[in-house]
Design a protein. Structure first.
Lengths: 444, 512
């Protein structure tokens, strides 16, 4: 048994050596784990809830996995599946903003920062975009120029909002997570206040109290680029292509340019970057500004569609699109191209949840719990990757080390309790970096 | 009862594409100090990992006191009373010394810690073996030497009989090394068995009874230290005759490359006391100027100030006639500084980068490697391949290898290659041979001498007096942030230097 086991590991080794394959398989595994747990919850809810029959539970299970392809129910009441252009179009539409926030979080991660400020940056982008799109008169300026200005304005506002925690981190050593949370809430209240006193509120339609006018009121609408003909009846527009282009640009920036090189160097070893003459403080601010611009741009792409309306009044929650950037980036292992796919996956869950709510007796709360469980487990891809690496590392670390010489750094643990120590040390170090060690530098 | 307390017989451990241990036999007698000698990559770590149950060998068996034992995980090893002091200590920085010692095997009563009893036990041990530690201090506030004593106490606290020391002297001052040797001898007299992993031949000759030599995964032999010379041991280890002394011509000092005038650098640890006080010196082309001193006497800060990492509060630094006192790090790098940093993991390398990216760490923005903001991947790759070949940097996948996966010796070679290839008039090398084996040390020394002969100024900071004496052309001794003496290695002695390093004597001032 032991032998078999080790043989299986051996044979898996060459495959697991490849970082990319490791990341992708880790992400797929965590998605599967998430879906399975989500499915299990669906069934359990059906079993304990009198209102949901067992049959409905199985239907729920089907919808969790294949909700995207649900086409409703036939005359006899059975679920039908097939190509559903509305679902797929909406999938693409909703993926647009979260791909952008996913990119935002991923860029910041590359410089070693945790951008939990994406919701605030998203809100600032929303406000700037809507303001520009609704106030520049379309009678005198071509709408595509307004559209472009609104996108640029949204990105600029996001960039500014991202740069603030970046600068606080770089020059005053204030933990970026704390600063981001603060700026999030400042943004929430600032945006509410700004719209409260503006004349952009939608007073024309009934039932729209608290909403801002859609940008279509000023004729500013994202071009459909023919996508509406492929997916008729959906909200899809060219924004998804813009998001994909951004993903490619970010990929190129991170992996192909000297800027990306400096950012990554700062992210993985600030001291070495400084030793090499890279201005790490400037890099921190810059990377947070880029991250903010992406979040802000995500908001622009979402609200410039013309068929989305921003609910500004009594703002008590932060936009989920911002926070969803975090699991999306994690799921993609911070790879910008991967973010496209994890963003699509996240939005697929959204569609599946909607189908579940519409077609079965599951209410929106249960649906949200199921979706949350899937997202939660999906974000474990890094853990699963570490496990995959662990399988392989035990074998390879010393192999690698011995091939090119003995190593004190291969990270070979020799005692069980030493692993605990390592962990504690890491934890403590992280805390220290944020609160005490860097304080010294801040005083310089 | 067997004569041997631990026997590792015919151990073979293969990894895909490499045999890390090929039929290796290591027999440790009860009550002896046994050295395990080998170059980087000889398989010492793998063998120890097998002993600790981290790897299951394909062939071979381990016996304790003649009985075959199965060690499947580190807990088995601990249960067999095997303990190890790692080269990089495994301590929790913010825990007290006492907490670190008892961590993992705490004395408890009804689930509550019995710290008082633990403390008594540790104190008894510490007195018995002369291991001076302050149990209440936090580990982050104690010296490296004391941290090592904490690690040793950890093993004693667990009542280990078989003690493994992995390169224990790499981080110690000459005095601390002597103390450690004394402690090891007292363990031997107690009947404990010690495995001493090292590649410092003089230490083996001083303290060990027998030596097992490994080379490239193969067992070369086990000899009594009384029967061999250093020269023979190094030949067993490297496989060819090695120059233990540095061959060099008379230095031909030329013009002044680096001039430091009255520079003062504030200390990061102590507020009111500068780390470097009013230091002035000149480094000339064609000479190796060495700054000697016990660790922590301002050498690090002095070098950081020259390289631009730390700021000076006073004084002037001139490089090749340019005032660089307030220049940025990059300006200095471009103007003429190559810097082999003290801490290769902290400053020298981005460990998660592929090797090729690390090889252009200060150069990636130069036109050779950059085109319109894009990195010229091919140029980087070609350049990396050339350096890898030229400086014999060994790694699994060449330039694509993640640097973290490389051995310490090869990481250092990569840094040396990168820095020397930049061909700058000033080469700062801070402890360039720390933790490396004889072959690599010989190589690095010869490279430094070569650069000197090419007319570069070499500023060498070293804690090892052997290195100081053999490599340098001129020696400055630092003590408490001041230069306390200047020496010619040909006319001074190690013991004379030692007196200045310890602060007992001082040139140009009254003796203390």
């Amino acid at each position: 048994m032991r032998n078999l086991n080790s043989k299986a590991k051996e044979s898996a080794s060459p495959l697991l050596k490849n970082e990319g394959i490791k990341s992708v398989s880790a992400s797929l595994l965590s998605i599967m784990a998430g879906l399975l747990v989500g499915g299990a919850i669906t069934v359990i809810v059906a079993l304990i809830n009198d209102e949901i029959s067992f049959k409905a539970g199985l239907e729920g299970l089907k919808l969790i996995f294949f909700g995207l392809f649900s086409t409703g129910r036939d005359i006899s009441g059975n679920l039908t599946f097939g190509f559903n252009p509305v679902n797929i179009g909406n999938l693409l539409f909703r993926a647009t903003p979260v791909i952008m926030t996913g990119l935002s979080v991923a860029v910041a991660f590359k410089t070693g920062l945790f951008n939990i400020g994406a919701p605030g940056q998203y809100l600032m982008g929303t406000a700037a975009s809507l303001f520009i799109a609704l106030t520049i008169p379309s009678s005198s300026v071509p709408t595509w120029i307004i559209w472009l200005l609104a996108l640029i304005g949204g990105m600029a506002a996001g960039a500014l909002w991202g740069a603030i925690p970046g600068a606080l981190k770089a020059y005053l050593n204030i933990n970026e997570v704390l600063a981001c949370i603060m700026t999030n809430w400042i943004a929430a209240n600032l945006v509410t206040w700004f719209f409260e006193s503006s004349n952009l509120r939608n007073g024309n339609e009934s039932g729209k109290i608290g909403y801002i006018m859609p940008t279509s009121a000023n004729g500013v609408v994202t071009a459909k680029l023919g996508l509406d003909r492929i997916f008729p009846g959906s909200q899809v527009n060219g924004g998804i292509l813009v998001a994909i282009i951004f993903a490619i640009l970010v990929y190129v920036m991170i992996y192909k340019t000297t800027l990306g090189y400096s950012m990554k160097a700062c992210g993985s070893n600030k001291h070495a970057a400084e030793y090499a003459g890279i201005k790490s403080k400037r890099m921190l601010v810059l990377s947070m500004a880029i991250a903010g611009a992406l979040s802000g741009g995500g908001a622009s792409l979402y609200y410039l569609s013309g068929n989305t309306e921003f609910f500004h009044a009594t703002y008590q929650s932060l936009p989920a699109e911002g926070f969803n950037g975090i699991p999306i980036a994690l799921l993609a292992a911070n790879n910008p191209i991967g973010v496209i796919f994890s963003g699509l996956f996240m939005s697929m869950l959204n569609i599946a949840g909607q189908q579940l709510k519409n077609l079965t007796a599951y209410n929106e709360y249960i649906t949200d719990i199921i979706i949350a469980a899937i997202v939660y487990l999906s974000a474990f891809s890094l853990v699963i990757k570490a496990l995959l690496s662990g399988l392989h590392k035990r074998k390879s670390a010393v192999a690698v080390a011995t091939r090119k010489g003995n190593s004190t750094t291969a990270g070979v643990q020799t005692h069980a309790d030493e692993e605990i120590i390592e962990e504690i040390n890491n934890g403590v170090k992280n805390a220290e970096i944020d609160f005490s060690e860097d304080k010294r530098e801040g005083e310089e | 009862m067997s004569e041997y307390i631990i026997e590792m017989l015919g151990i073979t451990k293969e990894f895909p594409g490499i045999i890390a241990n090929d039929n290796i036999t290591l027999r440790l007698k009860k009550g002896e100090i046994h050295a395990l000698l080998g170059e980087n990559g000889a398989g010492k770590s793998t063998l120890m990992s097998v002993l600790f149950g981290l790897y299951e060998p394909e062939k071979g068996e381990i016996r304790k006191n003649g009985k075959v034992v199965k060690i499947k995980n580190p807990n088995d090893a601990t249960a067999l009373n095997i303990g190890m002091v790692h080269q990089h200590f495994k301590l929790v920085d913010v825990f007290s010394v006492l907490d670190n010692i008892i961590l993992g095997s705490e004395t408890t009563k009804f689930g509550f810690l019995q710290k008082k009893r633990a403390k008594e036990k540790v104190q008894a041990l510490s007195e018995k073996y002369g291991l001076k530690v302050d149990l209440d201090l936090k580990v982050e506030n104690i010296t490296v030497g004391m941290q090592q004593r904490v690690e040793i106490l950890k093993m004693l606290y667990r009542e280990n009989e078989i003690l493994i020391f992995d390169e224990p002297t790499a981080v110690l001052t000459p005095g601390e090394i002597d103390e450690l040797m004394e402690i090891m001898r007292s363990f031997r007299n107690e009947g404990k068995s010690i495995l001493f992993i090292t590649h410092k031949l003089s230490e083996i000759m001083a303290v060990c009874d027998r030596v097992t030599v490994l080379r490239k995964g193969k067992y070369i032999g086990t000899v009594n230290t009384s029967d061999v010379t250093k020269q023979e041991l190094s030949q067993m280890m490297v496989g060819r005759p090695v120059e233990l002394t540095v061959q060099k011509k008379q230095a031909m000092p030329g013009e002044v490359i680096l001039k430091a005038e009255n520079i003062t650098v504030p200390s990061k640890r102590q507020r009111n006391k500068p780390a470097v006080k009013n230091v002035s010196f000149e480094a000339r082309s064609g000479e190796i100027l060495c700054i000697a001193g016990i660790d922590g006497n301002g050498q690090t800060e002095l070098v950081n100030a020259i390289a631009g990492i730390d700021k000076t509060t006073k004084g002037k630094i001139t490089l090749c006639g340019h005032d660089i006192t307030s220049a940025s790090i990059r300006q200095r790098n471009k103007l003429g500084i190559s810097h082999i940093p003290e801490d290769r993991h902290k400053h020298g390398l981005v460990l998660d980068f592929p090797l090729k990216d690390n090889l252009v760490l200060q150069r990636y923005f130069e036109p050779e490697f950059r085109n319109m903001g894009f990195i010229r991947q091919n140029a980087v790759k070609q350049y990396a391949d050339r350096l890898i070949l030229q400086y014999d940097v060994r790694s699994g996948q060449g330039g694509e290898t993640i640097t973290r996966a490389m051995s310490g010796g090869n990481q250092q070679k990569a840094i040396i290659g990168r820095e020397l290839d930049r061909n700058m008039p000033l080469i700062i090398a801070v402890q360039p041979t720390r933790g490396l084996d004889v072959g690599a040390i010989e190589y690095i020394h010869s490279q430094l001498v070569k650069k000197r002969d090419e007319g570069k100024a070499v500023l060498l900071v070293s804690l090892e007096l052997d290195e100081v004496m053999s490599v340098s052309d001129r020696i400055l001794v630092m003590h408490e942030g001041e230069i306390v003496g200047e020496f010619d290695p040909k006319t001074t002695t190690v013991s004379e230097l030692g007196l200045y390093m310890a602060g007992t004597k001082k040139q140009g001032g009254t003796d203390q």
